[in-house]
Design a protein. Structure first.
Lengths: 146, 135
């Protein structure tokens, strides 16, 4: 098994705010991330696919195909958007980087399994950096409950 | 299960020297790291906590809380210190990056009130790092 990681970037804004909670609770939990106008990040996304090396191509996954899938499924959807307002998935769910990370995994999971050479590769991990100081990793062993 | 990592930096000095060994053996074993006056690094620390996403907050851990905990339990004790002289744990243990990573694990693990400590990754330089998973 070989793990292949490709790195991408997108820029987006978000506001961490749960309508089901009081203003006080939102401020306590999310601090300045609850600011009503939102704020933005340069996200760095790492998509890792795992699989055997295809004998004919010497590759785990076709990088051009991977780029196309990530571009269509993730970057076009998220880049230069307001995640709360522009992305359907986050109308009812707080776009914390945890939730964005798992959402990206689920968006890519099925598509990548169909995109690999000989269909042998699978999505192994999504790693999402919100800032240079924190990042989130999801390997798909549980679905978010909200 | 989702893994959340917080990164932090601290700067410290250390010397590698085992008093049970001869001066020649220390020099042979530790090379220029045995310079008695010590030398320093900018360490980069990555603390990874594993947990599940809280459906109300959308978060695994409160990153502000993790940052505060890191500052209180680790950075305040190690940053701008001569590890051999100023950190009790290294009075008898050589402050190699391996030992520092294990020590940071034991500083943090009992204090974590959220999630589960999954990994300590400590970079001594951008080209060298140690991972410790608590076992």
């Amino acid at each position: 098994m070989v793990y292949l990681t490709r790195r991408y970037r997108f820029c987006a804004s978000h506001r961490l705010h749960n309508e089901a909670l009081s203003d006080d609770a939102n401020l306590r939990i999310y601090g300045k991330c609850d600011s009503p106008f939102g704020h933005g990040h340069n996200y760095a996304l790492e998509v890792t696919v795992a699989g055997p090396i295809d004998e004919a191509t010497g590759m785990v996954f076709d990088l051009v195909a991977l780029d196309g899938i990530v571009e269509k499924e993730v970057l076009e959807r998220f880049d230069h958007t307001n995640l709360n307002l522009d992305v359907e998935d986050f109308r009812a769910r707080v776009p914390t980087t945890e939730n964005v990370c798992t959402e990206i995994f689920h968006l890519l999971e099925d598509k990548l399994e169909r995109g690999g050479p000989r269909n042998a590769a699978r999505l192994a991990r999504v790693r999402l950096e919100e800032t240079n100081w924190n990042f989130f990793e999801y390997e798909g062993d549980s679905r978010p409950t909200a | 299960m989702i893994y959340v990592t917080r990164r932090a930096e601290f700067s410290a000095s250390h010397v590698y020297h085992n008093p049970k060994l001869s001066a020649e053996e220390n020099r042979r074993l530790f090379g220029k790291c045995n310079n008695p006056h010590g030398h320093g690094h900018n360490y980069t620390l990555e603390v990874t906590v594993a947990g599940s996403i809280n459906p109300t907050t959308g978060m695994v851990v409160d990153l502000k809380e993790l940052k505060t905990l890191l500052e209180r339990e680790v950075l305040n004790l190690l940053d701008h210190k001569f590890l051999n002289q100023e950190v009790a744990a290294f009075a008898t243990k050589i402050p190699t990056t391996e030992n520092i990573a294990v020590e940071i694990w034991s500083m943090l693990a009992p204090k974590l009130s959220f999630g589960k400590l999954h990994r300590i990754r400590l970079y001594e330089t951008p080209d060298l790092f140690v991972d410790y998973y608590g076992d």
